[in-house]
Design a binder for this molecule. Structure first.
Ligand SMILES: [Zn+2]
Length: 158
C-alpha cells in the first residue's frame, strides 16, 4: 500500500566508499528499492537508505526535488529525497550523507556548478530535464572537459 509506483524513474546505482571504514558499496535508488549494498564474499549486506526530509533539502537537492514535485513526478521526487539523504554502511553501521560523500569522492564542484536548465533550451518540453536530473553527476565530467576545450580555443585566438 505504501509502496510508491516508480514508473518512469531512472534506476540508478552509485558506487561509494564508506567514509568511516572505506568499504566499497553500491547505493541503489530505483524500482528495486533504495538501499546501500556491500558484498562480503557471497553474502549480500543491505541497509535501507534514509531519505532526506523535503523541507530540509538545500541547493541542488532542493531544486531537483521541487522540479520533480512540480512536474508531478512523485517517484523521481522520492528518489531524489533518497539520494540527498543518508546511507548506513552495512559493514560498520556509520551513517553518512550520500550526496556529500559522492561529490567528495568525485567532483566537488559538480553540485555547486549545476544550474537549472533553461526551459527554452530544451525545446521538446520540460519533463526530460527532470528525468535527467537524478543522473546529473554522470555527464558533468564531459561538460567540464568541453568547457576546457573552449577555453583553450579562446586562448588560441591572438
Ligand atoms: Zn563503513
Amino acid at each position: 500500500m505504501i509502496k510508491a509506483t516508480l514508473e518512469g524513474f531512472t534506476d540508478d546505482i552509485y558506487e561509494l566508499e564508506c567514509p568511516h571504514c572505506a568499504a566499497g558499496m553500491k547505493i541503489a535508488v530505483g524500482r528495486f528499492g533504495c538501499y546501500s549494498q556491500v558484498w562480503d564474499g557471497d553474502k549480500e549486506l543491505r541497509r535501507e537508505l534514509r531519505p532526506a526530509v523535503a523541507e530540509e533539502l538545500t541547493g541542488t537537492g532542493r531544486w531537483m526535488h521541487r522540479t520533480a514535485v512540480r512536474d508531478g513526478q512523485e517517484a523521481l521526487a522520492d528518489g531524489i529525497a533518497h539520494l540527498f539523504g543518508a546511507a548506513e554502511c552495512p559493514v560498520c553501521a556509520s551513517v553518512f550523507n550520500i550526496a556529500d560523500e559522492y561529490t567528495h569522492a568525485n567532483r566537488p564542484a559538480v553540485l555547486i556548478d549545476r544550474v537549472p536548465p533553461r526551459p527554452k533550451d530544451t525545446g521538446a518540453g520540460a519533463s526530460p530535464a527532470t528525468r535527467q536530473a537524478v543522473s546529473v553527476w554522470g555527464p558533468t565530467l564531459r561538460r567540464e572537459r568541453s568547457r576546457a576545450d573552449r577555453d583553450r580555443d579562446g586562448v588560441d585566438v591572438g
